[in-house]
Design a protein around this ligand. Structure first.
Ligand code: G6P
Length: 607
């Protein structure tokens, strides 16, 4: 993770670096720092914690200079303090790094034996010393950087600056993304196009193994052998404005409330509501000929895929394997010539999801990707991109991206069902009409915020919570638990309701709230039996259901959240909202940092 930025500019760059780091803060926020060349000397300011601390530091001690690099950190090696914050220096070399240098221990040992003293616990500092050692051995800056890069193993995006040359930044990529921004008499480097958007929308994405010599008026890109390579210049679609919270207290709250709108944009991208038909897409595979769909993703995106599995199998009779990407990438899954792969990622940059995609590419399997960030690595490497039109998601806990991922997957499942002959024309228009209703139902759920806030105040007093659900409500139960632990730090588990008696029932006593997600569907009565088992052991039940479900239950619950009656197909999209609101209000009641919870980052570009 971590976000990096570099500017070879015409005007003082410190405020521009900080502004760009604000756009990159989603990548990590343990510490931040910038370095410039001020009066011919490298100078830096760093601060532990959020970017605002660095801004205070710069208010007290401003930095001049028209060239600079910056970094916002998600700690991997070394605690998040000022000493471990980037940029790291070594005798006239300044460096910022995103990723992990896997052979750093050997390199560190070698450098220590060579007399280099380390001031931080980071893996990054070895790169600064390696470059500076090459300079000492007589190499010019560009060659010194190239020689050092060849020694590195692992994943990295780097920006390197040299005292004595205020018209040079070296950028390098192997794994995490790095884009070059082309300005007029100014050049930029950044972890993504959004960071560069206020400066330029003309960008070149480096590919793995590329490194670039970036000067004010010229950029050259090389491969690891040192051969020049051509990479296309593209117009980025990064939005140049920094999204704000509007009248909401947190980005997460705003993003929860945006859902009716963005779900509807996403659905409209795939579905023609007037005709009641799924739109025809140009696909690199034919759904009718597939015998299996391999899906893979991380975090919330994985749980969206887990719900998608139910839809593809039920409505399109297409078997789906869904894997956590960090498992998929190493488990050597056999893929037949009749398989296709589908990856789901809000950021389009998650390292494990990208590695899984590349595994499938090596197996010659056609690849689709459901992504939010256009221009991201996963979007670029897939054969077909299925965009979700969620807009920028700032809150680290994913909300609107989740329901938009569900909307895209539900649409694709309908498309697949039609192509495979399992959804007839009439059924297609019924399913599409049901999906068209999802934004309206989502809006109705948002009106229950006051009631959900009251329930959340109760939740904020407990230490453990269990979420139960069956069918598509099972992955949703896991998503509810994930949301709660991410932002409130309350321990939560999501379980298949039928699995309760195989273990978690032992946890239940009068202190343990059990949140049951149970729309009144075909298997409602089965879930009710599991609720009885909880009630019989003194567990406190919070039931999320609809009117029919509430009428049917005879149990006394701690609370019942009654949602509108919705068709079974779209229930996961609508039921996602109360679980998001529950987590949100619980975290607010506990006073945690809702948008930037501890230890997390929005985009995870390390393994
Ligand atoms: C991180 C984020 C999660 C997200 C996951 C996958 O853990 O905090 O919210 O679901 O990464 O990210 P992606 O961008 O691939 O959807």
């Amino acid at each position: 993770m971590c976000g990096i930025i570099g500017i070879v500019g015409q005007v003082p760059v410190a405020p521009l670096l900080v502004d760009a780091l604000k756009r990159l803060e989603y990548r990590g926020y343990d510490s931040a720092g910038i370095a410039t060349i001020e009066g011919g000397e490298l100078a830096r300011r760093r601060a532990e914690g959020k970017l605002v601390n660095l801004e205070h530091r710069l208010d007290e001690e401003p930095l001049a200079g028209t060239i600079g690099i910056g970094h916002t950190r998600w700690a991997t090696h070394g605690v998040p303090n000022e000493t471990n914050a980037h940029p790291h220096f070594s005798n006239g070399v300044a460096i910022v790094h995103n990723g992990i240098i896997e052979n750093f221990a050997e390199l560190r040992q070698e450098l220590v034996e060579d007399g280099y003293a380390f001031t931080s616990q980071t893996d990054t500092e070895v790169v600064a010393h390696l470059v500076s050692r090459e300079l000492k051995r007589g190499a010019r800056p560009v060659d010194a950087a190239h020689r050092a890069l060849k020694r590195l193993e692992g994943a990295f995006a780097l920006a390197i600056m040299f005292q004595g040359d205020d018209d040079l930044i070296i950028g390098a990529r192997n794994g995490p993304p790095l884009a070059i921004g082309h300005g007029k008499g100014e050049m930029y480097l950044g972890s993504d196009a959004i960071a560069l958007a206020p400066f330029t929308n003309s960008v070149t994405y480096l590919e793995d193994g590329d490194w670039a010599v970036v000067r004010r008026n010229h950029v050259e890109i090389f491969d690891m052998k040192g051969e020049p390579v051509e990479r296309p210049r593209q117009q980025s679609v990064g939005s140049s404005f920094l999204v704000d919270k509007g009248n909401y207290h947190h980005f997460m709250e705003k993003e929860i409330h945006e859902q009716p709108e963005v779900i509807s944009h996403t659905l409209a991208h795939y579905l023609d509501f007037t005709e009641g038909r799924a739109r025809a897409l140009d696909l690199p595979f034919d759904f009718a000929k597939l015998d299996r769909l391999a899906m893979s993703a991380c975090g919330t995106a994985y749980l969206a895929g887990s719900i998608g599995k139910y839809w593809f199998e039920r409505y399109a009779r297409l078997p789906v394997d869904i894997d956590i990407a960090s498992e998929f990438r190493y488990r050597e899954m056999p893929l037949s010539g009749k398989s296709a792969a589908l990856f789901i990622s809000q950021s389009g940059e998650t390292a494990d999801t990208l590695a899984s995609l590349r595994y499938c590419r090596d197996q010659n399997v056609p690849i689709g990707a459901v992504v939010n960030v256009r221009g991201s690595t996963i979007a670029r490497e897939a054969d077909v991109t299925f965009p979700i039109l969620a807009g920028p998601e700032v809150g680290v806990a994913s909300t609107k991206a989740f329901t938009c991922q569900l909307s895209a997957l539900a649409s694709l499942a309908v498309m697949a069902g039609v192509a495979r002959g399992h959804i007839a024309s009439e059924a297609e228009s019924i399913l599409i009409r049901q999906l068209a209703e999802a934004p309206r139902f989502a809006n109705q759920v948002l009106r229950l915020s006051d009631q959900i806030e009251k329930v959340a105040r109760e939740l904020s007093r407990v230490r453990h919570v269990l979420y139960l659900g069956r069918d598509t409500s099972y992955p949703l139960a896991m998503e509810g638990a994930l949301k709660l632990k991410e932002i409130s730090y309350i321990h939560a588990e999501g379980y298949a309701a039928g699995e309760l008696k195989h273990g978690p029932i032992a946890l239940i006593d009068e202190t343990m709230p059990v949140i049951v997600i149970a729309p009144h569907d075909r298997i409602f009565d089965k879930t009710m039996s599991n609720m009885q088992e909880v009630a019989a052991r003194g567990g406190r039940i919070i039931l999320i259901t609809d009117e029919a479900g509430a009428a049917r239950t005879s149990l006394t619950t701690m609370d019942t959240i009654v949602l509108p009656d919705v068709p079974e197909f779209i229930a996961p999209i609508v039921y996602a909202l109360p679980i998001q609101l529950l987590a949100y209000f619980t975290a607010v009641a506990m006073g945690t940092d809702v948008d930037q919870p501890r230890n997390l980052a929005k985009s995870v570009t390390v393994e």
